[in-house]
Each structure stands twice: as structure tokens, then as C-alpha cells.
Design a protein around this ligand. Structure first.
Ligand SMILES: C=CC1=C(C)c2cc3[nH]c(cc4nc(cc5[nH]c(cc1n2)c(C)c5CCC(=O)O)C(CCC(=O)O)=C4C)c(C)c3C=C
Ligand SMILES: [Fe+2]
Ligand SMILES: [Fe+2]
Length: 359
């Protein structure tokens, strides 16, 4: 009996079983309930990369004030965008990893979350047990920030140390083999940002062009990015510069006139001064200038989530309508083929660059 002929994908898969790619996103609650949201927010907002107040001040504020007040309110928001298969961020991230897997049949492609499940540590242990020796980590944040990207890097290092320290031994191995194997965490390569990647700029420009061709051109295009405390930018976080450079490159690719687009920041949290201009205030100012239609795109989000679907496509849309205008939200690249191709190309380039480096 002859073995079945392998497909192109299977042949390629046989070439590099030792390499995997992990797409890492922020994470999201497991259910749109106050309990699940509380668990998620507790983990997220306990990360010193996200809130850097002294613990003696932050712990009581978080546990006794913020979580009790916020969990129920935010659970309602999640409920308003929840999909049949879960939170939008979880569903689209999972589907995006599957789409990238189709683009890269030679490697294993998985996803992990910085907070909640599946955790990066869990995914790395699984890959290591399957014999993967090299992991390419791609945080799903096009722009680098200490609050997001650096925090993913933290868990990558923690997970690699945890594997080394656990003296991980596979069942059924001979002692010598097991000794040789114990503590070998896969090597990790990390992609810090892709805010000016030409493929990414082209994919976003194309998606905006396509949306406008189908729904008509609004008078104005707004690039709305998740915000950050201004203090972090003042201390050198490159995030706002990368947002500006990306928005400018997309506007140029679309051939937009300077006065027909704006960059703004949304999702403010807490009392500190955040990056400005704020998306809500900018929309109000546009309405006051008599601009009646605005397209909003959110290039800081790889996939749609609470912040785009609830805050922009529901709340800000209603507010703008109340000012007599029409807001059209342009979805994120999500699990589109174009997005999967861009991320696959970024990964291939990153690995080719590491291979080209001298040993
Ligand atoms: C100090 C608090 C926060 C900082 C700093 C921050 C930075 C930051 N966040 C994203 C991406 C996302 N944030 C999302 C939700 C979200 N963000 C914060 C707070 C900070 N973010 C909170 C408290 C929440 C949860 C919702 C709420 O309680 O209001 C999400 C969506 C998650 C989902 O489940 O859908 C994303 C994505 C970036 C890119 C960023 C810095 C650049
Ligand atoms: Fe956030
Ligand atoms: Fe928000």
C-alpha cells in the first residue's frame, strides 16, 4: 500500500516542525458578567506596566473602589457586543491565528492572551512539549507601547524562565534524554511593532478605500487610537509618534488632503491627563464646524473589540448623531485574508533577518 501523497501544506509543515508563531493579544473576559469582568480587570489593572502607581495606593483603590464600581457597568458594555462564540476580541484573534496558519502551513501558528486565557505560559509549554524549539512572538499591537508590547515581552521572558526552572520532563523519556531536555525553553524572537510596515499600510489603506467605495466618502476621516497617560509619552514611550507616523502614511496612501483627516485618542481611563486630542471632543468640534459625516478607523487595534465596537461604533456614533452628523465605523482588519498575508510576511521577514545574523 502506498502512503497518500502529502498536500503542499503537509510537505511544508514537515519542513519546519521546530518553529512556531504565537500571535499575542491583550485578553478579554470569559463572559459578559460582572464576575468575569472583575477577574479580567483585576489581572489587567494589576500589571505595573499598565498602572505604575505605588502598590500601597493602587491596591485599595483598585479592589475597594474601581472593581466594585466598574465591573457591572463594563459587563453591560461587553454584553452589548458579545458574539455567539464569545468576546469579539477572543473570536477575531482566534480566527486571525487560523487565517495566518493557512498562510504559513510550514509552522504551527497559535494565539495567546496577555491577560486571561489562553495564557502565553500555557501555549509555550504546549509548544515545547510538541518539540518546538523556536517561537516567533508577534504582539497584535501595530504600535509599540510600554503598557502593551513591553508587557507581552515580560510574560514571554517569565514563561521561558518558568519552563527552565520547572525542569520540565516529558513522560516516557529515558533519564539521560530527559536530563538533556529538561529546562530547554524554546528560543523566542519578538516583533516589537509594525506601524510603518508597507504591507500593513497598504492593507489598511485598501480596507478604508474599499469601505468608502461601498458606503460613500464621508467628509472627514478620523484615525482613532487607544490613548495613554501623557506622562508616559513625556517619559519616552514611542506610541504617539508611531500612531502619528502610521496615520500620516495611510492618509498619504489614500491621497487625502491635510484638512480632511484627523488623529485622535479614545478610551481614556482614570483622572490623569491622557494623550490629546480626545476622539469624543474632536467629533464634537467637527460637528460644530459643520462637518456632517465622518468615517472612523481604529488602526491601533488589530481586531475589533469592546473599545471599537461599543465605544466608537455605538456610543460615539450616537453622540455624533445627536449633533446632527453621521459616523461610519470602518472595521479593523480582523481575520481578513489581507491581514493574515501581512502578518505572515512580517513573520517571514523577521525570521529571515534572524537567520541572516551571524551566530
Ligand atoms: C491605565 C489604563 C490603561 C492603559 C494605559 C491602556 C492602554 C492600552 N490599551 C490598549 C488596548 C485595549 N484596551 C482595552 C480595554 C481596556 N483598556 C483599559 C485601560 C488601559 N488601557 C481598560 C480598563 C479596558 C477594559 C475596558 C474598560 O474597563 O473600560 C481593549 C479591549 C479589551 C476587550 O476585551 O475587548 C484593548 C484592545 C492599547 C493598545 C493600549 C496602549 C497603547
Ligand atoms: Fe486599554
Ligand atoms: Fe472604553
Amino acid at each position: 500500500m502506498t502512503a497518500p501523497t502529502p498536500t503542499a501544506g503537509e510537505t511544508a509543515a514537515a519542513i519546519d516542525r521546530a518553529t512556531a508563531m504565537v500571535l499575542v493579544n491583550l485578553g478579554t473576559p470569559d463572559a459578559p458578567t460582572p464576575g468575569a469582568v472583575r477577574r479580567y480587570l483585576r489581572e489587567f489593572l494589576s500589571d505595573r506596566r499598565v498602572v505604575d502607581l505605588p502598590r500601597w495606593l493602587w491596591w485599595p483603590l483598585l479592589n475597594l473602589v474601581i472593581l466594585p464600581l466598574r465591573a457591572t457597568r463594563v459587563a453591560h458594555k461587553y454584553a452589548s457586543v458579545w458574539l455567539r462564540d464569545g468576546s469579539p476580541l477572543a473570536v477575531y484573534t482566534r480566527q486571525l491565528a487560523q487565517a495566518v496558519q493557512r498562510e504559513c502551513p510550514q509552522w504551527r501558528v497559535l494565539h495567546a492572551m496577555r491577560y486571561g486565557t489562553p495564557s502565553f505560559t500555557h501555549v509555550l509549554e504546549q509548544l515545547r512539549a510538541d518539540g518546538v524549539r523556536r517561537v516567533l512572538v508577534l504582539p497584535l499591537y501595530p504600535q509599540y507601547s510600554t503598557t502593551t508590547t513591553a508587557s507581552v515581552r515580560d510574560v514571554v521572558e517569565t514563561a521561558r524562565f518558568a519552563i527552565r526552572d520547572s525542569g520540565f520532563v516529558e513522560a516516557g523519556k529515558e533519564a539521560a534524554d530527559a536530563d538533556a531536555d529538561a529546562g530547554v525553553a524554546p528560543m523566542a524572537h519578538f516583533i516589537g511593532d509594525y506601524h510603518l510596515d508597507p504591507g500593513w499600510i497598504a492593507a489598511l489603506s485598501e480596507s478604508i478605500r474599499d469601505h468608502r467605495a461601498r458606503h460613500g466618502n464621508a467628509a472627514h476621516l478620523m484615525f482613532s487610537f487607544h490613548g495613554l497617560p501623557q506622562r508616559l509619552a513625556d517619559n519616552g514611550d514611542p506610541y504617539p509618534r508611531q500612531c502619528e507616523a502610521g496615520a500620516r502614511a495611510i492618509a498619504a496612501a489614500l491621497g487625502l488632503r491635510e484638512e480632511s483627516w484627523t488623529l485622535s485618542y479614545q478610551s481614556r481611563f482614570g483622572r490623569e491627563k491622557w494623550l490629546e486630542p480626545a476622539t469624543a471632543a474632536t467629533l464634537k468640534a467637527l460637528a460644530e464646524r459643520g462637518i456632517r459625516s465622518v468615517d472612523v478607523v481604529a488602526p491601533g487595534f488589530a481586531v475589533d473589540c469592546l473599545e471599537t465596537l461599543e465605544e466608537v461604533a455605538q456610543m460615539l456614533k450616537q453622540d455624533f448623531q445627536a449633533c446632527g452628523g453621521e459616523l461610519r465605523y470602518i472595521p479593523c482588519l480582523n481575520d481578513s485574508d489581507a491581514h493574515a498575508r501581512v502578518l505572515a510576511a512580517i513573520a517571514r521577514d523577521a525570521l529571515a533577518a534572524t537567520a541572516a545574523q551571524p551566530a
